[in-house]
Design a protein around this ligand. Sequence first.
Ligand SMILES: C[S@@+](CC[C@H](N)C(=O)[O-])C[C@H]1O[C@@H](n2cnc3c(N)ncnc32)[C@H](O)[C@@H]1O
Length: 313
Amino acid sequence: MGDDAAASGAVAPTQTPTPTPSPTPLWSPGSPDLLIHADNLTAMRRMPDAIMRMAYLDPPFNTGRAQLRRTTSHSRASAPDGESAPTPTTWQGFGGESYVRTVEALTSYDDRFADYWAFLAPRLQEAHRLLDDRGTLYLHLDYREAHYAKVALDALFGRDCFLNEIIWAYDYGAKSRSRWPTKHDTILVYVKDPDRYLFDSTEVDREPYMAPGLVTPEKAARGKLPTDVWWHTIVGTTSREKTGYPTQKPVGILRRMIQASTAPGDWVLDPFAGSGTTAAAARALGRRSVSIDSGADAVAVIERRLAIAATRL
Ligand SMILES: C[S@@+](CC[C@H](N)C(=O)[O-])C[C@H]1O[C@@H](n2cnc3c(N)ncnc32)[C@H](O)[C@@H]1O
């Protein structure tokens, strides 16, 4: 349109902006078990709030250390490179200012933890958002970071949301002679709402008493409820459940978590899915699952193990 049209008072056709199509939802209530090949932060951000009853996170030890060091070693709240940096407001944690102060204190002491936490915190925040108000989060950690992570999680979730510290003890492999051999992992358990969370101990597989002679024969036959110390063997080289994936966890420990913290038909999320142990245990118990992994080798193992095809983002 030129000056003539303007002079004549003609109205210029307005350019309506093309709406940006919102990405197709990854998940819907009727979805089958999902396997997503992607960075878990990207994938979780594409899912609606409060759809999961349980989340199990088994992140690799000190992920992202090399690429994160530069950005996080002196700051309280930097996001990993390439990820949208949370503003100080969104980075407060559910515990508010105390979270920032706690993480500041922890990270000034050990910048390896700063790197690790900068990777993990936004993913924990997403997992928290995805949990419904009866939901439970299990965070599986190495003994080297468990103590820091517990303090940081208390501040992130709120101290009253802490439920348990589970020790998974196994006895396998070489043993140090210069200190007590370290043969356990720590699993921190936090609930979304301490007044509403689901915990059904009646559904949990019972285990033999250590001293069956001290209880009645009926009790001995029934077995006892597991405590917060879980003796369970690792996936052995000749085990039937072995997939060949190096960090595969045993189905038996996931079974316990799923039995206690979900009901049949509930959704279980594993954003660091690896060999798909969570999904395999969930399926065997009649629960539904979302597995996410960024590694092509892991995704190939899960596709075979669960006979499902991955969605690639
Ligand atoms: C310790 S393994 C999980 C093992 C799993 N629990 C099992 O039983 O097989 C951690 C997994 O996280 C995946 N991973 C690491 N960073 C990721 C990210 N940003 N997004 C998605 N997956 C990631 C790795 O590819 C690896 O398979």
